[in-house]
Design a protein around this ligand. Structure first.
Ligand code: ADP
Ligand code: MG
Length: 207
């Protein structure tokens, strides 16, 4: 069980990780986009940082909703509304909860994927964050079914997310800004798939 205090701790760690990887995420966005993914994510999560004091003692739903609304309103790029709606919709599922377990987490991820696909219309194989999220989700569900403990489930998810991000190098983007470069995008890892992998990695290291 992860309580709301732990969730806030993990949000802090995500803010720090995004800040740490800001330049790398921006570099990844250079050949296939407009060199701003790290800048966008860091700006959004710095705004989340400002909201942290107001989240003390709040339920998990409110925390996720605030993260989502902040990313939605403060990030200019496509990733803002995508991650924003993902956190917001996951927050609705966790409304009023002060603790969450691994199944709640998978519900959040399912909801996040659904929200991102509703907005961005990307399927697996189009070289977006979806290519890290869906394999991670599948790997974690499989691990839960096989009776793995929470730590092992999250590690399997993180590993699958990174493999998915790596695999975006072999895909031609057909959604988002990267679709403009077509086949020239081959060999380049998708920035959004990478930022998602960092987020899940932080979660898996801290639960
Ligand atoms: P922008 O593309 O507006 O500059 P960012 O650079 O912050 O925004 O984010 C780019 C990332 O957003 C991409 O690497 C990709 O993972 C994700 N993305 C873009 N469009 C979509 C979409 N339609 N569906 C899912 N993810 C998308
Ligand atoms: Mg960009």
């Amino acid at each position: 069980m992860t309580d709301q205090k732990k969730v806030l701790e993990i949000v802090e760690k995500i803010i720090a990780k995004i800040e740490e990887e800001k330049e790398y995420l921006t570099e990844l966005d250079q050949p296939i986009g407009d060199s701003d993914h790290g800048i966008n994510m860091a700006r959004g999560f710095q705004e989340v940082e400002k909201k942290m004091p107001s989240l003390d003692g709040k339920d998990i739903g409110s925390i996720l909703k605030t993260v989502g609304m902040t990313l939605m309103s403060k990030v200019g790029g496509a990733s803002g509304p995508l991650y924003g709606s993902a956190f917001m919709k996951a927050g609705l599922k966790m409304a009023g909860k002060t603790e969450m377990d691994i199944n709640d987490f998978l519900t959040c991820l399912d909801t996040a994927i659904e929200a991102i696909q509703k907005l961005g219309k990307a399927q697996v194989g189009e070289a977006t964050m979806i290519d890290a999220m869906v394999p991670a989700d599948e790997a974690m569900k499989k691990a839960v079914e096989s009776g793995a403990d929470d730590k092992a489930v999250l590690e399997a998810g993180s590993k699958a997310a990174w493999a998915g991000a790596e695999h975006t190098k072999d895909l031609v983007a057909t959604k988002g800004r990267a679709s403009y470069v077509g086949e020239r995008g081959l060999g380049h890892q998708d920035p959004g798939a990478t930022s998602f992998s960092y987020i899940l990695e932080v979660i898996s290291e801290n639960v």
